[in-house]
Ligand binder design. Structure first.
Ligand SMILES: Cc1cc2nc3c(=O)[nH]c(=O)nc-3n(C[C@H](O)[C@H](O)[C@H](O)COP(=O)(O)O)c2cc1C
Length: 357
């Protein structure tokens, strides 16, 4: 019995194993719509045996997108294809989740394979917003500091997006509060220089995230899990720290958040990040141990043995895989074989399942 394949129930949602597909932007949408690419990409990973599949950072408004090619959920017309994707994922035995996102000052860029640069208005760019009027990179356009009216709109956009996610059939929402996007920009002192009740003290800097969380929880059923992805450290002197993350996680627990997905970095371009196998897992472990909050580990988890050890050693409750799952959509099926754990293969693929001699 491999612990990686032990089922997990959060609220009333059961996951067949501890392997989640981490949200990954596909930059393949037009006007926010999902399409056949998303169905095949996400569907393959459901066929591949993951327990949870979280759709990419999905714009809660057009201006919340990183690029014009991002997935969106700001209008009802987006729902048809999302519903189709959810139905397929569930038919293959996985749970479908969606990451709700606002890119803040990192919005209005071109997609990576189109250069990944700040987009001027004549090329379809738009005015970005942030806690403070400071660009991510000095040479980039300066974002507008959000007014209180603007902040209220962000909260309301997340809430409406959550309602739409429910209509589409998702059973997990993950709030994107990592990687230097809007909610992270607010809680990190490196990007938030406000002097009102959204800046300054720790309590003020986390206020927007808490209001977004509460807004979503008002419409998101009590039976369904709510995750928050954070950058557990800015890896930068004077920035957000692991201890701040522990404090935040304990507060989020009281706001009906079920799991913290522990990523790091992304808020300043010059951070020195000690990248290596499982390099972010210690943050998941610390938050789990110090708060009792469930956590997800992510970041350079690439082998069945690493994933199994993280669950067995109780460093995290779920492992999130991103790039390894792009290399191998069937990672869970292969990991089970490697760990000597018998799991069902899709009926259609049953004849290819290796038999133990
Ligand atoms: C193509 C690609 C797109 C990504 N898009 C997102 C995203 O939409 N939201 C997010 O939180 N992280 C995103 N990430 C980060 C991954 O979810 C993950 O945290 C990171 O790649 C580290 O995990 P890995 O080492 O397993 O790839 C993306 C990563 C990749 C490779």
């Amino acid at each position: 019995m491999a612990n990686l394949f032990s089922p997990l129930t959060i609220r009333s949602v059961s996951f067949r194993n501890r392997i989640a597909i981490s949200p990954m932007c596909q930059y393949s949408s037009v006007d926010g719509f999902a399409n056949d690419w998303h169905l095949v990409h996400l569907g393959s990973r459901a066929v591949g045996g993951a327990g949870l599949i979280i759709l990419e950072a999905t714009g809660v408004s057009p201006e919340a997108r990183i690029t014009p090619d991002d997935l969106g959920i700001w209008k009802d017309e987006h729902l048809d294809m999302l519903q189709r994707i959810v139905t397929f994922i569930e038919a293959e035995g996985a749970v479908a989740g969606i990451q709700l996102a606002h890119a803040g000052r990192k919005a209005s860029h071109s997609s990576p394979w189109k250069g990944g640069k700040a987009l001027p208005p004549e090329e379809g760019g738009w005015q970005t917003v942030a806690p403070s009027a400071m660009p991510f990179i000095p040479s980039e356009p300066t974002p507008l500091a959000l007014t209180h009216e603007g902040i209220d709109k962000v909260i309301s956009d997340f809430k409406t997006a959550a309602l739409r996610a429910l209509k589409a059939g998702f059973k997990v929402i993950e709030i994107h509060a990592a990687h230097g996007y809007l909610l992270h920009e607010f809680f990190s002192p490196l990007s938030n220089h406000r002097t009102d009740n959204y800046g300054g003290t720790f309590e003020n800097r986390i206020r927007l995230l808490l209001k977004v969380t509460d807004g979503i929880r008002q419409v998101w059923p009590v039976e369904y899990p709510l995750f928050v992805r954070i950058s557990a450290t800015d890896w930068t002197e004077g920035g957000w720290t692991a201890d701040d993350s522990v404090k935040l996680a304990a507060i989020l627990k009281k706001h009906s958040v079920d799991l913290i997905d522990c990523s790091t970095g992304g808020n300043v371009p010059h951070a020195q990040i000690p990248v290596g196998p499982c390099y972010q897992t210690p943050f998941a472990e610390q938050i789990k141990k110090e708060t009792g909050m469930m956590t997800g580990a992510v970041g350079l988890i690439t082998t069945a043995q690493e994933a199994e050890a993280i669950i067995t050693n109780e460093q995290a409750d779920i492992v999130f895989l991103a790039r390894e799952s792009l290399r191998d959509p069937y990672f869970p099926l292969h990991a089970a074989l490697e760990l000597g754990h018998d799991i069902e293969w899709p009926e259609q693929y049953e004849r290819a399942k290796p038999r133990r001699r």
